[in-house]
Design a binder for this molecule. Structure first.
Ligand code: ATP
Ligand code: MG
Length: 423
């Protein structure tokens, strides 16, 4: 039978059997990020289109072609958030936090993002991001702390085959000289550039370095590098960030072609790349964005942060065989025969649940054999069979499914204590 409805291309359903690993991973992320002082910020799913057009920058792929933009019934242009930094800056400014809260302000979000992209493994139209943003300090220590937090999260998630690549893309004063040098270089290679990059050549030549097109990448490999154009201040900043990473014992590679796909970055940029996932291996990307708050009309406030793709993190974890706690199994499956047995199974299951223990009994109307088969499927730690005899005696034989050992237990509060001990 043909399905009447299917999910939109580039979206995913997280089904009951799979959601356990999401929950487990989300808990790891939240706990780890709290160790660095980050507190959650919850943002609207859509914003005025301007927030992203200004924030992300109109020479980027995101604003140029990936946004889900529509006009609402009131005639306003709104956009489903393609990323989290712009919304965070908007919210922090709107709440007046920059003048009142102690600096730095550290906010994180765990939310879905929407980008109209060519859907493939690790590249979705609705995906999820853990993002962290730290406002109010330009000290290289804060760049390093953000990078360390990213490394810590990946470690905590059990992902080891990652490479950290860093670069500096300079500041407003030194980058224009680099842009000139790039324009000059790429102008001599126009024939090898793709259509999009020809446009980038005029508008934002650095973006060519980020192009995924093979022939552009070939040309880009010989392009001048930003590190040779850094002003003294930017160079000192980059050296200090590297120094702090060394202090923290974090290994990194300086990769001069990393420029990041968003316009708001300055100075430090970085990516964590997983070596087992393939082309969509960048699990986390981030950097410093000192000009962004000002661009939103706020007082000049430095910032640094990252975005980590949860689906890509799950792919990486899967590649390394990480088993995020599978769905919880019941501590007891109370099978039953007959009416009295069913009543007792219902009662004892309710009692255990009241005391925080996961228990199950038959709510389908299965026969005893089928109940036991189901208990096995659920991975129940213990089973018992409740019939007239057990109800009359007020006790039952519990079977530990792992090794088949059996013991007798009273069907009252003492069972709770016993099961808790056995867990
Ligand atoms: P890419 O170069 O892979 O397109 P990006 O530079 O557009 O990534 P960012 O905007 O920096 O990515 O987002 C941060 C992270 O979010 C990425 O490193 C990635 O893990 C994840 N991410 C970005 N776009 C997608 C997508 N379409 N599907 C799944 N994850 C994504
Ligand atoms: Mg992208």
């Amino acid at each position: 039978m043909a399905l009447k409805y299917t999910r939109p291309r580039g979206t995913q359903d997280v089904l009951p059997g799979e959601s356990g690993k999401w929950l487990a991973l989300e808990e790891i992320l939240r706990k780890t990020i709290a160790l660095y002082g980050y507190r959650e910020i919850r943002l609207p799913t859509f914003e005025s289109t301007e927030v992203f057009a200004r924030g992300v920058g109109d020479t980027t792929d995101i604003v140029g072609k990936e946004m889900y933009t529509f006009t609402d019934k009131g005639g306003r242009s709104v956009t489903l958030r393609p990323e989290g930094t712009s919304g965070t800056v908007r919210a922090v400014l709107e709440a007046g936090l920059l003048g009142s809260a102690p600096m730095p302000i550290k906010a994180y979000y765990l939310q879905s993002c929407f980008r109209y992209e060519k859907a493939q493994k690790g590249r979705l139209r609705e995906f999820h991001q853990l993002g962290i943003e730290c406002f109010g300090t330009n000290a290289p220590e804060s760049d390093a702390e953000v990078i360390e937090a990213g490394a810590h999260i990946l470690r905590a998630a059990g992902v080891k085959k990652v490479r950290l690549e860093i670069n500096s893309i300079g500041c407003k004063s030194c980058r224009p000289h680099y842009h000139d040098a790039l324009r000059q270089y790429f102008s001599g290679h126009k024939a090898e550039l793709c259509e999009t990059c020809l446009d980038r050549l005029a508008r934002n030549p650095m973006r060519i370095l980020d192009c995924k097109c093979e022939s552009c990448q070939k040309v880009a490999a010989g392009a001048p590098v930003m590190l040779d154009f850094l002003c003294d201040e930017c160079r000192a900043h980059f050296e200090a960030v590297k120094g702090r990473l060394d202090d923290a014992g974090l290994a990194y590679i300086v990769n001069p072609t990393i420029v990041r796909g968003l316009d708001y970055y300055s100075n430090t940029v970085f990516e964590f790349i997983h070596e087992g996932v393939g082309t969509q291996g960048t699990v986390c990307g981030g950097g410093r964005y000192n000009g962004l708050v000002e661009q939103f009309g706020g007082a000049a406030t430095p910032g640094v942060g990252f975005g980590m793709g949860i689906e890509r993190l799950l792919l990486a974890a899967e590649d390394e065989g990480v088993d995020f706690c599978p769905d919880e199994a019941p501590v007891l499956y109370a099978a039953n025969i007959g009416g009295a047995g069913k009543g007792e199974a219902a009662r004892i299951t309710a009692l255990l649940r009241q005391h925080g223990l996961y228990a199950e009994y038959d709510v389908v109307g299965r026969g005893l054999k089928a109940q036991m088969k189901y208990a096995d499927k659920l991975g129940a730690k213990y089973t018992c069979v409740l019939g007239d005899d057990e109800v009359a005696a007020g006790k039952a034989v519990l079977k530990r499914m792992a090794d088949g050992t059996q013991f007798e237990a009273a069907l009252d509060e003492t069972l709770i204590i016993k099961l808790k001990e056995e867990l």
